[in-house]
Design a protein around this ligand. Structure first.
Ligand code: UDP
Length: 474
């Protein structure tokens, strides 16, 4: 079989920053390093996030479709950062309205895609789309392998979700971990039998498990045992899992405010190596006022040097910025996180443990002060704590810690006694860099994924129907 030079891939992101950014980094690699032709499905409100990749990667084009009208999403909303956390789950059924417009586009295209790579929050309808088109569908996971393994087990086994203290064991995973239900997937905990949004989320994950292939933003030295276990567990053990991360090692330039970036990096230049704590809770979280007050008081009392990124809507107490000006800086709005973590002055990161934040800190060799909130974040925190590069300082989305106590914990974590934690962060960062460098595990996985996609150009419908995981569902 001859290899075609440029297979055409259809990429379908989920409209949340923590999902889109790593998938765009992957598209960038597939386009600039491997010459793939890529079409990315996007709605008009999310087009600005794509503008850096569209200008830097000529083989990537957008397929711009109106955001589907849905009873689950307020009119005018197109991205999860525009809604409170309880509405994020509604995007999962709402996006299925894109199925028919994409089908029509596909049938009118002179060189249609050979495969679909879509976010794991779009699994149900993109699985069906791929079925109708008789092409394979690969699931992109913005979570790590440990995170996905736990999410899949929850939806497969459906333990009772009524007792938050119920201890859920994961006996097939390395070291047989267990977690109280309250620390596991928020989407699963919010499941209500018979409720239409809940049922579509359940179907989403059950079909995710059936995906033809999986692409995960992780690397073998960090999660090798979990990746192996996933290979055994998923869809009759077909083993088509590619761990290609950390994707942020070669990121697409992100849309940031140049003035804020300049200010922040210049401010950091004034401090010694590893002396500043970066504080940020991702792209979604707006701490409730009492929590924001406790965080600001703790940062002030701790005496630490810090850079605190607050989202619009977070209340910073009057006079706070002036009082801490000599050692603290507050960024309001979108922070250039990757650049901040990469600055030599930053040694610690107080984080909610979203997987992207974690993996960005891993690449930068920055130690973590963990405050997991929900989703897969308790899993991420445990992984990095066990790996020795993180220290737990708080937990829970709505917890309001006592300010003196949080200040004491932060100061103790950062204050010298934990130099081994920073050393571990540096060691793991080296592993991450090796994974994506030529010959590394993620470098090899990316090549193997591309080789598979190139075969698809010349494969025909029949050859995919013959594959067991796919055949069962056609
Ligand atoms: N991010 C950023 N600036 C901000 C807030 C977030 O660049 O002010 C980026 C961050 O670098 C990461 C993503 O947004 O890539 C957030 O993803 P994560 O998985 O950490 O958390 P989520 O926002 O999904 O909860």
């Amino acid at each position: 079989m001859a290899e075609a030079a440029t297979p055409h891939l259809l990429v379908i992101p989920f409209p949340a920053h923590g999902h889109m950014l790593p998938l765009l980094d992957l598209c960038h690699l597939l386009s600039t390093r491997h010459g793939l032709t890529i079409t990315i499905v996007v709605t008009p409100g999310n087009l600005p996030t794509l503008s850096p990749i569209l200008s830097s990667s000529p083989s990537i084009s957008p397929l711009i479709l109106p955001f589907p009208s849905s009873p689950y999403i307020p009119t005018g909303v197109e991205n999860t950062y525009q809604v409170p956390p309880n509405l994020i789950r509604n995007f999962i059924p709402a996006l299925s309205g894109l199925l028919y417009p994409i089908l029509q586009w596909f049938h009118s295209h002179p060189n249609p895609p050979v495969a679909i790579l879509s976010d794991f929050f779009t699994s149900a309808w993109t699985f069906r789309l791929a079925q109708s088109l008789s092409i394979p569908r690969l699931s992109f996971s913005p979570s790590g392998a440990f995170g996905i393994a736990t999410i899949h087990q929850l939806w497969r086994e459906m333990p009772s979700n009524s007792d938050p203290n119920l201890l859920i064991p994961f006996p097939s995973l390395p070291n047989s971990p267990s977690f109280p239900l309250s620390q596991l997937s928020t989407l699963f905990r919010d499941y209500i039998k018979g409720d239409s949004v809940s049922e579509s989320i359940k179907e989403n994950f059950l079909l995710d498990i059936q995906s033809w292939g999986f692409v995960v933003n992780t690397f073998s030295d960090l999660e090798g045992d979990y990746i192996e276990q996933l290979k055994k567990d998923i869809a009759a053990g077909h083993r088509r899992i590619w761990a290609v991360g950390p994707l942020v090692a070669s990121p697409v330039e992100r849309k940031t405010d140049a003035v804020i970036k300049e200010k922040v990096l210049t401010w950091l230049d004034g401090f010694p190596e590893g002396s500043v704590v970066y504080v940020c809770f991702g792209s979604q979280v707006v701490p409730p006022p009492q929590q924001a007050a406790a965080i600001s008081a703790a940062l002030e009392l701790s005496g630490l040097r810090f850079l605190w990124c607050v989202r619009e809507g977070t209340e910073v107490p009057a006079g706070f910025e002036e009082r801490v000006a000599a050692r603290g800086f507050v960024v309001k709005g979108w922070a250039p996180q990757v650049e901040i973590l990469g600055h030599a002055a930053v040694g610690w990161f107080l984080t909610h443990c979203g997987w992207n934040s974690v993996i960005e800190a891993v690449v930068a060799g920055v130690a973590l002060l963990t405050w997991p909130h929900g989703a897969d974040q308790f899993i991420d925190a445990r992984l990095l704590e066990d790996a020795g590069m993180a220290v737990r300082v708080a937990e829970g989305r709505s917890t309001v810690p006592e300010a003196q106590e949080l200040a004491r914990i932060l100061a103790a974590a950062v204050g010298g006694r934990n130099s081994r934690v920073r050393e571990r962060a540096a060691e793991i960062s080296e592993m991450a860099k090796k994974a994506v460098a030529e010959g590394g595990s993620s470098f090899r996985d990316l090549h193997s994924l591309v080789a598979e996609l190139k075969k698809m150009t010349v494969a025909n419908e029949q050859s995919y129907a013959e594959l067991p995981a796919f055949k069962n569902l056609i």
